[in-house]
Design a protein around this ligand. Sequence first.
Ligand code: GRF
Length: 199
Amino acid sequence: MSKKKVAIFISGGGSNMLQLLDSMQGTQAASPVLVVSNDPNAAGLARAAQRGVATGAVDHKPFGQDRAAFEAKISDLLAPYQPDIICLAGFMRILSADFVAVWAGKILNIHPSLLPKYKGLHTHARAIKAGDAEAGCSVHQVTADLDDGPILGQAKLSIQPADTPESLSQRVLRLEHKLYPAVLTRFVRDDLRPVFITG
Ligand code: GRF
């Protein structure tokens, strides 16, 4: 099986991106070829560059609602690297159905909830408000529908009485850092068996 080339999309600090880079260090099955951000000032870009990974950015703000024009620039960045897989990791832009169709089944995303619950934003506050016993994160294949698509892994933990959205976010983020590499390790080998982690 040829070595899979992985591009990672970020919007901020890129803590999940770093875990994915580290997980590919020790394997022959995949290598990171590019880290892309919609924010040229994303701190994760410098962290990726420090690890010798090529980076690129397209500021989404000048494009306004012209999603296609923004994505065309993203595609121009990707073209020279010919990635096999795109991992969205803390990437806060919604990709159009056209972009997703070009990459059908090859885009992964990590979302900080136990999907299908709490698609969208403010997931931890919503879980606490609902009085849920558990929270967690999910890795799924990206489809045209937001935070939808086949689930490839989930990690869960118990919500504590004293939890705030911030404290829960921090505890779930640590699970994300375990879950995403575990899912990518299987995905690059075409192994779609879901990963389940209890934290
Ligand atoms: C975090 O809120 C995480 O739950 C979600 O994206 C945000 C930033 O992640 N996946 P990262 O540190 O940039 O990977």
